[in-house]
Design a protein around this ligand. Structure first.
Ligand code: GLN
Length: 524
């Protein structure tokens, strides 16, 4: 059976529980243990797919086509874990399951109650088999939230069911610094740990978010009030990059604390991959500028995975990547005068599309490296149809129902997906040997994640190819174009999928790595 680490948070929200959990997982991995991650969100939405990206940042998509919030991306990136539908569970989903079971008569007429019916359902999700040594479970929200109570009750029961030595509770809190008195205040942490204890949970380790390292006397004081050894009180100091956090925890012997709890031997970890990132961040390297032509810049984290993927590719190419945000609605060729590459990301709706088409056209004509993602591929196709093939009325039927439909809802995927709903999650793609795509992925069969409704219309393949835009990746049945590229261009490639969801900070993603390499070449 896997060992479980539960991460809760108190005092305030947004303390970075996800990154803390992922960092603890990374320390375990660095000692050779396998780790899976799960997230429980007490809110009542049934899944995050319907939650506004304006509140939650980007919609992250898993391999199994679950639309979730960007926290899952941290786990996948940090841990290389592949998460899915059963790893991102909301309160709403739990209640939905329980109430549906009640309607079906599964409870045989028993009175349906928070305990045991809801708590058992939560425990069912917690204990779903993972085949890993550890499962790191984050409990969303803040201790004291009404919605969160039943989740705390369930993890308390779970620890009692499987044995206290198989479960560790890590609690994140905040120690505010009072400028006036020059003091770090520990009372909110004490209150939060007490609040947790009221739910029957004794924290085994505290990560205290502070602007500076806790002094020994502060750790001793917190330990004394919170009923745990001072050495188990860790400073979660602010850092300028999240990949420094595993190193900061390692320096404070977090692995040894976890190992002691579970009765495992102390061991030094291999932290090289994090040291490499830390070193990259401060290294004196050239900077390439990528013009990102988008329209959601006012939403914090709207392009989270994309920004990450560009950063990862910079590490692989020994350059710093600067992202120049270009508002698609105000696009002018001059906006690209100082960029080394142009990236058009995904998007929905007609607003800003004209600027994106112009950006693709600018890259096509000037030889600036171009990478298109999803809508970024569709606009490259529309530009090519209008301005190279001379089809003035070419468009996506998303924007113009009467257009020459170079981008359309394709029957093939329509049938597969219940009539025009989003194509979501990982799909296989076959790559044509000898193409740029082939040299990028070094493979003929790849899998990338999707989130879109419209597709390039394969019926026009010949006209496009004859004029220089080829389909270099397609669905195995041959009906859905997945990658297009320009033959007579230094680097022009676009995919119908979202490669950013599979980029790793340790290896990058082939498509981004190649794009940044091309931008670096262009710059020099
Ligand atoms: N709006 C386009 C579609 O639905 C592109 C979506 C996207 O870029 N994710 O096909």
């Amino acid at each position: 059976m896997a060992k479980y680490i539960f991460i809760t948070g108190g005092v305030v929200s947004s303390l970075g529980k996800g990154v803390a959990a992922a960092s603890c997982g990374a320390l375990l991995q660095s000692r050779g243990y396998t780790v899976h991650a799960r997230k429980f969100d007490p809110y009542l939405n049934i899944d995050p797919g319907t939650m506004s990206p304006f509140q939650h940042g980007e919609v992250y998509v898993t391999n199994d086509g679950f639309e979730t919030d960007l926290d899952l991306g941290y786990y996948e990136r940090f841990l290389g874990a592949r998460l899915g539908r059963s790893d991102s569970v909301s309160g709403g989903r739990i209640y939905w399951d329980v109430l549906n079971a009640e309607r079906r008569g599964d409870y045989l007429g028993a009175t349906v109650q928070m305990i045991p019916h809801v708590s058992n359902k939560i425990k069912e999700y917690i204990s779903a088999p993972t085949n890993t040594d550890f499962v790191v479970c984050e409990i969303g929200g803040t201790v004291g939230d009404i919605e969160g109570k039943i989740f705390l009750e369930s993890i308390r029961q779970f620890a009692n069911d499987v044995g206290r030595r198989n479960v560790m509770f890590i609690h994140l809190t905040l120690a505010p610094y009072l400028e006036k008195s020059g003091e770090l205040k520990t009372k909110p942490t004490q209150m939060s740990v007490r609040n947790l204890l009221e739910n029957g949970i004794q924290a085994d380790m505290l990560i205290v978010r502070t602007p500076r390292m806790l002094e020994p006397d502060e750790r001793a004081k917190i330990g004394m009030f919170c009923n745990l050894p001072a050495q188990n009180v860790i400073s979660g100091i602010d850092v300028d990059n999240i990949y420094k956090i595993p190193l900061a925890y390692d320096a404070q012997h977090v692995f040894d604390i976890i190992a002691d709890h579970f009765g495992l031997p102390h061991a030094a970890g291999n932290m090289e991959k994090f040291k490499r990132i830390e070193h990259h961040l401060s290294a004196d390297l050239p900077t390439v500028t990528i013009g990102m032509v988008g329209k959601y810049f006012h939403v914090p984290d709207a392009y989270k995975s994309l920004n990450e993927a560009l950063f990862h590719a910079g590490i692989q190419n020994n350059v710093h990547v600067k992202i120049k945000k270009i508002n698609a609605e105000e696009f002018a060729p001059e906006s690209c005068a100082d960029v080394d590459g142009i990236l058009v990301p995904g998007g929905f709706g007609v607003r800003g599309v004209a600027g994106k088409i112009a950006a693709a056209g600018y890259a096509r004509e000037t030889g600036v490296p171009y990478m298109g993602i999803c809508l970024g591929m569709q606009v490259a196709v529309i530009d090519f149809a209008r301005n190279v093939l001379g089809w003035a009325d070419a468009d996506s039927t998303e924007f113009n129902k009467n257009a020459k439909p170079v981008i359309d809802i394709m029957a093939a995927h329509d049938a597969e997906n219940m009539g025009g709903t989003l194509r979501l999650g990982a799909y296989p793609c076959d790559i044509t040997p000898g193409t740029l795509a082939h040299s990028i992925w070094s493979a003929e069969h790849i899998s990338e994640r999707h989130r879109h409704r419209y597709e390039m219309n394969i019926e026009y393949e010949k006209e496009f190819a004859d004029a220089g835009m080829i389909i270099s990746g397609r669905s195995p049945d041959g009906r859905l174009p997945e990658i297009v590229e320009l033959k007579n261009h230094p680097f022009f490639i676009a995919g119908q999928f979202h490669p950013e969801f599979q980029s790793s900070p340790y290896t990058g993603h082939p498509m981004f790595n190649a794009f940044i390499a091309a931008a670096k070449k262009r710059k020099s």
